[in-house]
Design a protein around this ligand. Structure first.
Ligand code: PLP
Length: 475
């Protein structure tokens, strides 16, 4: 298209003042604040301007493009974009269960009810109802944490990174903490043990090598200035081959010998033994405490399946010191999180129920047979409600995610979708721009929808999303 033609079309764009006097815009002004409508019109016209400047196809532009009736949907879209929340529900079809970018752990129904109930009005957050006086907010989860874990004392903070920082700062600022070189982990989002250590004011004393660390390596560096032995769970990787690591039990023995406490950062702490459900063995929180760890830290929203939180359990004398660290106030857990954490923990009182009730555990323990049935039923729905794609039920692999069980082989059933008149990439983009967005991945030139992370009540939205995305992608 020539510059002159483009200029001609640009001049056809109506002026804001003209638009304001139309019935359509007056209607918009009755249901939205003036500022929002004006901004919506400005953004809508700007999009039109950009289209005119960049379109290659002249026949995309017609005189009919410019009347208000045609522009209205554009304005409505730009208005909706301003007044609807940016943070919204998304459908996770990736098969990565604890997906950090998609919010890690969906919450259980019981947890959601509690959240709404506690936040709708006031609550007894820091108020002792029997005495009628102020009380710590932590009591709501302390008792149940001790009951589930067998620990002497408990504290919860904003997240596990905070829990590690706070614990190191309290117990070891200005002194040395011994860690194996095989455990200097980096977790996605720039959490690195050496960096957190530096920020806490503790001095990192690395021992051993990447693949092999022995008890004598720890013992050799213990000196006047050593105040903590730290064991970090290598959540998101494994060192395999010619390896040797010191067990928590051995480290505890060594700690006892020199009267130095042992801390265990479990990362993705879990209260139930997942190997009972055919998953790899992850050390449980109870086992770490039983092995004699003086302090254990882990996340609330990884395998635990609750809200973002950092949980610190251990010896009362140490936890009491951590509680009074001023940094604790800066890492304080908020009431919404506290409510969600408490009801998540209540689910754990029954192991039989918890694997059904907590979505993260339910997804991890779903049987292949259930996944296959659900894949068939989604396949039937999609074949009925969409056109323009080949759809088949296929065997795939899911992932635990969230830096847990990195080597876990998690076979699953999925749908493989291949559009007939569009590229699979266009379908992927189209789907993640639906409302709600559906996040899926591409493999072997198919769009993969993994049933493990898709909930039953999301089938309808997926079918609608795919129908629309296919239509749009093949237009
Ligand atoms: C995930 C993880 C953390 C950080 O926990 P957040 O809850 O994400 O702050 C710390 N240490 C280990 C070993 C982890 O796996």
């Amino acid at each position: 298209m020539s510059q002159r033609e483009r200029g001609g079309y640009l001049r056809k764009i109506p002026k804001v003042d003209e638009l304001l006097s139309t019935e359509e815009v007056k209607r918009l002004l009755r249901s939205h604040p003036k500022e929002v409508v004006l901004e919506g019109i400005r953004r809508g016209l700007e999009r039109l301007r950009q289209d005119i400047l960049h379109t290659e196809r002249l026949d995309d532009l017609k005189d009919e493009t410019f009347p208000i009736s045609h522009l209205l949907p554009l304005f409505e879209e730009e208005i909706a974009g301003q007044v609807s929340p940016h943070l919204k529900r998304a459908i996770n079809a990736t098969g990565v269960v604890v997906h950090t970018n998609l919010g890690r752990s969906p919450l259980s129904e019981r947890t959601l009810r509690h959240l709404v109930e506690v936040s709708r009005g006031y609550s007894n957050l820091e108020y002792d109802l029997s005495q009628g006086e102020r009380r710590s907010r932590y009591v709501h989860v302390e008792e149940i944490l001790l009951r589930l874990s067998g620990a002497e004392a408990a504290l919860v903070v904003n997240n596990n990174a905070g829990a590690v920082l706070l614990t190191l700062n309290t117990l070891a600022a200005g002194s040395e903490v011994v860690v194996s070189r095989g455990e200097l982990v980096e977790i996605g989002g720039a959490f690195r043990i050496p960096d957190v250590m530096a920020r806490s004011g503790a001095v990192l004393k690395e021992v051993g090598t990447t693949n092999r660390t022995h008890l004598r390596d720890y013992e050799e560096v213990i000196g006047e200035n050593t105040t903590l032995l730290l064991k970090v769970h290598t959540s998101n990787y494994r060192v395999v081959g010619f390896t040797s690591e010191v067990t928590l039990e051995e480290l505890v023995q060594l700690g006892k010998k020199y009267d130095i406490p042992v801390m265990n950062d479990l990362g993705s702490g879990c209260f139930i033994d997942l190997s009972r459900y055919g998953l790899e063995k992850e050390p449980t929180v109870q086992e770490a405490l039983k092995a004699g760890a003086d302090v254990v830290t882990f996340s609330g929203d990884k395998l635990l399946g609750g809200p973002q939180a950092g949980i610190i359990l251990g010896k009362k004398e140490l936890i009491d010191r951590i509680k009074v660290n001023p940094l604790n106030r800066a890492l304080r857990i908020d009431k919404l999180t506290l409510a969600a954490l408490e009801s998540t923990l209540i689910c754990y009182l029954s192991e039989e129920e918890v694997v059904k009730e907590i979505p993260t555990l339910r997804m991890l323990t779903t049987t292949l047979e259930q996944l296959r049935k659900r894949a068939r039923s989604l396949e039937r729905l999609l074949k009925r409600e969409t056109e323009g794609a080949e759809i088949e039920v296929i065997r795939e692999n899911s992932q635990v995610g969230g830096g847990a069980l990195p080597l876990q082989d998690l076979p699953t059933w999925a749908l493989g979708i291949k559009p007939q008149r569009a590229s699979v990439e266009a379908l992927e983009v189209g789907l993640r721009n639906q409302n709600p967005p559906v996040i899926a991945r591409i493999a072997n030139d198919q769009l993969i929808l993994d049933l493990r992370t898709i909930q039953d009540d999301e089938f309808k939205a997926i079918a609608q999303g795919i129908a629309q995305a296919l239509k749009k992608a093949s237009d």
